[in-house]
Design a protein around this ligand. Structure first.
Ligand SMILES: [Zn+2]
Length: 165
């Protein structure tokens, strides 16, 4: 493993508590990176663009989206159709009905190399363990506020760029 990848994994192993201007806060999350491969096994990848599950099940009841989608009949597929920049969404634990699933845009993943797909999967698995993008971006020294693909890109460059299946 490259030193850059080792450094990323060390950083990821301790996601700091954070609080945000809107009053939201997240606790510190310790991640045993040696268990990440088995964590991947515990998830289920779903083609979100054909997923008829209710969109409300993507969120826990503390998320404003929960109240937004609850009275609607919108599905996960509708959510992805309306959020064209969302390539993947991993419902966070706890209290989210679809937690444990990794919802992805099939057309996006189909266009990834094996190494890029591995980086995308590693990024999303961190969400199944409770990490949020802002925490991951913080420990990896990445900017926030302009999407979250920079996480997958950094993991790809540091860990999977030379990956050949
Ligand atoms: Zn993310």
């Amino acid at each position: 493993m490259s030193a850059a990848c080792q450094s990323d994994l060390t950083a990821i192993s301790d996601l700091p508590a954070m609080s945000f201007p809107d009053g939201e806060s997240v606790p510190e999350i310790l991640i045993n990176t040696s268990l990440l491969p088995s964590d991947v096994d515990g998830t289920e990848g779903i083609d979100a663009t054909h997923d008829a599950d209710p969109a409300v099940e993507m969120f826990n009841n503390e998320d404003p989206n929960f109240d937004f989608f609850k009275p609607t009949d919108q599905t996960v597929a509708d959510y992805f159709r309306h959020n064209s920049r969302t390539e993947g969404f991993t419902p966070p634990p706890p209290g989210t009905q679809l937690s444990g699933e990794i919802l992805f845009r099939a057309g996006y993943v189909a266009g990834l190399s094996t190494g890029q797909a591995a980086a995308f999967l590693l990024h999303e698995v961190l969400h199944t363990l409770g990490g949020i993008d802002a925490q991951i971006q913080k420990v990896l020294g990445l900017p926030t506020g302009n999407g979250t693909e920079n996480i997958s890109t950094k993991l790809y460059n540091d860990c999977f760029k030379g990956f050949k299946p």
